[in-house]
Design a protein around this ligand. Structure first.
Ligand code: GRF
Length: 208
């Protein structure tokens, strides 16, 4: 069997998507992957404390007061040091510099709590609610140099209910995020796809 592929997780906060990925690996639902390093740009991110409690390599690389390029260089070096194959942004609240994106071409994933291209940026669930859409969801996509913009790997939908608040909609979407992210990572790690224009296309099984 080939060696597991090495994930680098970047987070800034709660870390529930990171945990969903870690649990999927621990429970054998995401085969062929290992978490090589968890990095937070904030020392007080609950997610980084959980990573350390679980005995995963965890590092804080503070962003505050530093130029983006310099901060990103340190993160890239840390990811390289841990021989990361795929970078997963999991609530990482900082734009990546173009150099970062170029350092891992089509090897950075992000999850966003809306059906992109609708409602990029902050507070996506509130944006969706206030716009009046009847369906929302989450998107896992490759990261390119524009915000919430790269090729879409997977989307999951949820209904928007009349009685929803931004919080209730966010928690319905979050349940789908926890399914979507491990599933998208498995798809990307399989390598069984091609990207045509903006489209992610799974390769057809030759036998079928
Ligand atoms: C999630 O809603 C994710 O889609 C967005 O940031 C939030 C992070 O939540 N990018 P968590 O830290 O994974 O719990």
């Amino acid at each position: 069997m080939s060696a597991p592929q090495r994930l680098g997780i970047l987070l800034s906060g709660r870390g529930s998507n990171f945990l969903a990925i870690a649990d999927s690996i621990a429970e054998g639902r995401l085969r062929g992957a290992d978490i090589a390093i968890v990095i937070s740009n904030k020392a007080d991110a609950p997610g980084i404390a959980v990573a350390a409690e679980r005995g995963l390599p965890a590092r804080v690389i503070e962003a505050r007061g530093r130029r983006r390029a310099e901060h990103d260089e340190e993160i890239i070096a840390c990811l390289r040091e841990h021989r990361v194959d795929l970078v997963c942004l999991a609530g990482y609240m900082r734009l990546l510099s173009p150099d970062f994106v170029r350092a891992f071409p089509q090897r950075i994933l992000n999850i966003h709590p809306s059906l992109l291209p609708a409602f990029p940026g902050l507070d996506a669930q509130r944006q969706a609610l206030e716009y009046g859409v009847r369906v929302s969801g989450c998107t896992v996509h490759f990261v390119d140099e524009e915000l919430d913009h790269g090729v879409i790997v997977l989307q999951k939908t949820v209904p928007v209910l009349d009685e929803d608040t931004a919080e209730s909609l966010a928690s319905r979407i979050l349940k789908q995020e926890h399914l979507a992210y491990p599933e998208a990572i498995a798809r990307v790690l399989s390598g069984e796809y091609e990207i045509v224009g903006r489209r992610y296309l799974p390769r057809r099984n030759k036998a079928s």
